[in-house]
Design a protein around this ligand. Structure first.
Ligand code: ASP
Length: 331
């Protein structure tokens, strides 16, 4: 596999040319320097978030952000809400369970309704791949994909890249093993796209039944043996078994899955001694990951990922509303 060099961070163009997109639908639309641009923008919010003030900036004051979540979420919804509020926006949450979607309203009608409310940005999570793009095509404001079906979860990949960059000092030239239920995972898909684009060696480690067909076309190496797949890895990224997306028997049992693919302290010894362990959450403790690994204060980055999520979402909301706010250079 050829590893592309990351474009130097200083090399991205000025102003709006550094990030030309109206929406954030997927990593597939981004270049390496656009990813670096978002990560650099996010970096500035991390310290401020750590300082603990509830609000840091009025950049988004007077703007209304609607979080429309047609699928359950804990961390992503909260993270977008906190991100918007820290930038001074008015944030409104719409949960599908309480919305007219349950009464049979079509997705397009819901999109038209949200549009008529003149939101300044829409953050959408939906159980169907492609649904977020469909809405983006119908509305006048920027749309951010907070996860659509098995397709993409771009802010998760961006926050993972930021976490890796901060822990490893770089996010290129690393060996990264993405392990578990890759077949049903939008997190895996967005991460494979981002991490290969940035010039890392990405391995997919999964049972044959949970390995997407033709995944090698995404410039990854596949492994069915977990011990082999994580050998000498710098980063071990675990995925949740997405039982809600399984429409048949993909595994004999959770116990057998843990025996073959669970990340135990013993198994982690195969990776580099300073390898970090990641998980997007929510975790199935004792299934894909042991508690002693997940809670290891040195190796595990799981809470740091959540923290980076707020900074990355602040950066994305800020960047995507700059045209609307008529920031010089973002016409
Ligand atoms: N929270 C992530 C997602 O929304 C990962 C998961 O659910 O397992 O895709």
């Amino acid at each position: 596999m050829t590893i592309a060099k990351t474009r130097p961070v200083s090399d991205y163009p000025p102003g709006g040319d550094a990030f030309r997109h109206r929406h954030l639908i997927g990593i597939a639309q981004l270049t390496p320097w656009e990813i670096s641009y978002v990560l650099d923008a996010a970096e500035q919010w991390v310290d401020l978030n750590r300082a603990g003030a509830a609000k840091h900036d009025d950049a988004l004051a007077g703007l209304t952000i609607i979080n429309a979540f047609f699928e359950n979420s804990t961390r992503t919804l909260l993270s977008f809400e906190i991100a918007g509020k820290r930038l001074g926006a008015d944030v409104v949450n719409m949960h599908a369970a309480q919305s007219s979607v349950k009464k049979g309203e079509t997705l397009i009608d819901t999109a038209m309704t949200l549009n008529a409310m003149r939101a300044d940005a829409l953050v959408i999570r939906h159980q169907s791949s492609g649904a977020v793009q469909l809405i983006a095509d119908k509305v006048d404001c920027p749309v951010l994909n907070a996860g659509d079906g098995r397709h993409e979860h771009p802010t998760q990949a961006l926050l993972d890249a930021l976490t890796i960059r901060r822990r490893k000092g770089k996010v290129e030239g690393l060996t990264i093993a993405i392990c578990g239920d890759v077949l049903h995972s939008r997190v895996a898909r967005s991460n494979i796209l981002a991490l290969t684009l940035l010039g890392n060696e990405v391995r997919v480690v999964a049972p044959p039944t949970l390995t997407p067909p033709a995944i090698e076309r995404m410039h990854v190496t596949t492994f069915t043996d977990m011990n082999e797949g994580i050998r000498d890895a710098d980063v071990v990224m675990m995925l949740r078994l997405q039982n809600e997306r399984m429409d048949g028997a993909y595994l004999p049992s959770a116990r057998e899955y843990h025996a073959l693919y669970g990340l135990t302290p013993k198994r982690l010894e195969k990776a580099k001694p300073d390898a970090i362990v990641m998980h997007p959450g929510p975790m199935n403790r004792g299934v894909e990951i042991d508690s002693s690994v997940a809670d290891d204060p040195v190796r595990s980055t799981i809470t740091e990922q959540v923290e980076m999520g707020v900074a990355v979402r602040m950066a994305c909301l800020d960047i995507l509303t700059r045209r609307k706010r008529k920031i010089p250079g973002w016409a």
